[in-house]
Design a protein around this ligand. Structure first.
Ligand code: JCF
Length: 675
């Protein structure tokens, strides 16, 4: 082997600096300037040189993030400056009290300046840099003693192995939160599920597990990220006198800080910040559980000092808890419109995020097995936005002696027909079809619902009564109801009976899309129904379509196509449609969507954030114009729609010379086609 020449040495250093710079642009600033391919080229070149001249490899070379030898265990780390935790505020008043305490203690009557940031729901870690090189990564542990997780921290691409620029203290300890992005978490769980492995209950658990892997190769696969939020030990150098400026300095040195950090004055502005972040929460790709406020002036921080475990100068304003623990009282099985039998948890009522929860979904029997759940278990329940609460974990250590297994019923809890388990599906179904009262009720309820036939006044309770009294067997029977039938029902005044008949009459004039949706074909939701109506223009075309024709429609795949064909093959369904039409259900002829020729055969990619519509709206409209919408840019892409802060995909499109349109142009395109 020849010794590396001066020229090779220069190139190596040049490559490392370039890679570090682009790594920083991509991972810390989220503003990449290179395509993945260009970045890879640099990286591969460096690898090649290093394999030719192994003596040139340094610890902080960007190729050296993943070590090869798994550890036997973690060693301990003594934090030279204790890693504190934060006191919590649970209300606006708690926050005002915090502000008042600070002013009293400082004998200050003027407004206090606060640095505000989202509180990341991850794992607190410490990074130690000596002469700008990462020499140690540690967990917080109990605040005094943590674990040495250097080899795992090195795999985190937003953590620089070497600080950029200059002027950093000789020894600098940076602290922050390591986490897994929501999108990455979903991907990890999906892969684990497909491989039949263990899934994680939430991103935080996944991050905690990843940080404590003995084999850094596994950690690397978890794609951890980090936001830095403060410094600990500082030796041999000075930092600015404001917290916000320190963070800005960290950012210059290549460390990743949160982009929505703000500096505000006084408690009321802190409260406004909290509310803004709460609104932004859903849209962030990482989980947060509140916001943190810190006195911005470091001298004031020093004057305020610390309590035993928490600083007096900072507080976490927590979001209302969205998880709670309670006891599983019973599991009941509900029969849906298409006969799907779903286990539902009946819970000891518990308040979660201000809402009392007494039911939660369990999806299917596989989920119950995965959770290893038995009756009387203590369970962790999660409520996200307005979706149905779900049981996410079992507190095994709290399992009482007296428990009972949860078993799938052999017979339908509604009609007593056999319960079937369809091959390849995890969902159990009642085999009773329209004999099953529960299915009939659900089907009628669906038929009458707002986005279907929109029969006002036909609520759930009334549907139950009508079916139980034998007045209505199928949706078409609704249209033969008479006042005399209705007034016999309990609690239905003559006036309401008349109103219902009027509503039934009104509902007969509908649209083809609503009618198709109301039929309750499995897998045909409201938007698919609209596509079908737009594509065929009339019911006969749809009835006669085979599965190949159906699959030409943008949101119809092979599974849906088969369900549609089967639906129209069945005599009961043909009969139902006939009866409905005879009863007088009509719709205006649908204009066949000529629109779908507009972008037929083209593939669009959306990137960045849109301000005038949601991504889903944009996707749906593009599809209605006949375009395919894809997630990644390739030579086959026809056009990239670049919203705000568009990243890699935009770069890639520019490189490949693919046409790019901005949101304005997209809006114009939609307007042009009445969308
Ligand atoms: O994001 C966080 N979880 C977070 C935790 C942010 C902070 O600024 C913190 C923290 C814990 C302690 N600051 C301290 C002093």
């Amino acid at each position: 082997m020849t010794a590396a020449s001066k020229k090779v040495l220069n190139e190596t250093e040049q490559l490392r600096a370039e890679i570090n710079h682009h790594n920083y642009l991509y991972h810390s600033l989220d503003q990449p300037e290179l395509s993945d391919a260009e970045f890879d080229t640099l990286f591969r070149r460096l690898r090649q040189i290093e394999s030719e001249y192994p003596e040139l490899i340094t610890e902080d070379s960007p190729t050296q993030r993943v070590g090869s030898i798994p550890l036997e265990g973690f060693t301990q780390v003594q934090h030279e400056v204790a890693m504190l935790s934060l006191d919590n505020a649970f209300s606006e008043d708690d926050l005002r009290d915090f502000d008042r305490r600070i002013k009293t203690r400082l004998e200050e009557s003027t407004t206090i300046e606060y640095a505000c940031e989202p509180k990341i729901d991850g794992i607190a870690v410490s990074l130690l840099y000596e002469d700008g090189r990462l020499v140690r990564g540690a967990t917080r542990g109990d605040g005094t003693t943590g674990e040495n997780i250097t080899q795992n921290i090195r795999t985190v691409e937003s953590v620089p192995l070497k600080l950029l620029g200059s002027g950093f203290p000789r020894r600098l300890e940076v602290r922050g939160e390591v986490y897994i992005a929501k999108s990455v978490f979903q991907h990890i769980n999906k892969m684990a599920e497909e491989a039949g492995g263990k899934t994680f209950a939430n991103p935080r658990n996944a991050a905690a597990g990843s940080v404590r892997q003995l084999d850094a190769k596994l950690t690397a696969k978890r794609r951890l990220a980090m936001f830095c939020y403060s410094v600990g030990l500082v030796e041999g150098g000075d930092l600015p006198s404001k917290h916000g400026e320190i963070l800005a300095r960290l950012k210059e040195w290549g460390l990743r800080t949160n982009p929505v950090i703000d500096i505000v004055n006084g408690a009321e502005d802190c409260i406004r910040y909290y509310e803004n972040i709460l609104m932004l929460r859903e849209r962030l790709d990482y989980e947060i559980d509140g916001v943190v406020f810190k006195v911005n002036d470091m001298d004031l921080q020093t004057r305020l000092g610390l309590l035993s475990r928490t600083p007096r100068w900072a507080i976490a304003h927590k979001f209302p808890a969205e998880e709670g623990t309670t006891r599983l009282l019973e599991v009941e099985f509900q029969v849906g419109r298409t006969g799907a039998i779903t286990p539902v948890a009946r819970l000891d009522p518990v308040k979660i995020g201000g809402v009392t929860i007494s039911n939660a979904t369990l999806h299917n029997m596989d989920e119950i097995r995965r959770l290893d759940l038995v009756i009387n278990d203590t369970v962790l329940v999660q409520r996200a936005g307005d979706v149905i609460p779900k049981v996410v974990a079992v507190r095994k250590e709290k399992r009482p002696k007296k428990t009972r297994e949860i078993e799938l019923p052999e017979y339908c809890p509604s009609c007593g027909s056999d319960v079937m388990l369809v091959e390849g599906e995890v969902i159990a179904r009642c085999s009773g079809g329209l004999v099953c009262g529960a299915q009939r009720k659900e089907r009628i309820r669906h038929f009458a619902s707002r986005l279907a036939m929109d029969i006002e006044g036909l609520g759930d309770k009334l549907v139950v009564q009508l079916v139980d009294e034998g007045l209505v067997q199928n949706p078409a029977d609704l249209y033969s109801l008479k006042v005399d039938d209705l007034v016999l029902l309990e609690r239905l005044a003559p006036k309401s009976a008349n109103n219902l008949l009027d509503a039934l009459e009104t509902s007969k004039s509908t649209t083809l899309a609503r009618f198709i949706y109301a039929l309750g074909i499995e897998e045909v939701g409201e938007s698919t129904a609209r596509s079908l109506a737009g594509y065929f223009g009339d019911l006969n075309g749809l009835k006669a379509a085979n599965k190949d024709t159906l699959q030409k429609i943008p949101d119809v795949g092979p599974v849906v196509a088969v369900k549609i064909v089967r639906f129209f093959e069945q005599a009961v369904n043909q009969d139902l449609i006939e009866k409905l039409i005879t009863a007088g259900v009509v719709w205006p002829e649908e204009k066949i969507e000529t629109n779908r020729e507009v972008l037929s055969g083209e593939t669009y990619v959306l990137t960045g954030s849109l301000s005038q519509m949601t991504r889903n709206e944009a996707k749906e409209k593009l599809r209605s114009l006949g375009a395919k919408v894809s997630g990644s840019v390739s030579k086959k892409t026809s056009c990239v729609v670049a919203g705000d802060a568009a990243g890699l995909k935009l770069t890639k499109a520019q490189e490949l010379g693919i046409p790019i349109m901005d949101e304005q142009a997209l809006v114009a395109l939609f307007l042009e086609h009445d969308l």
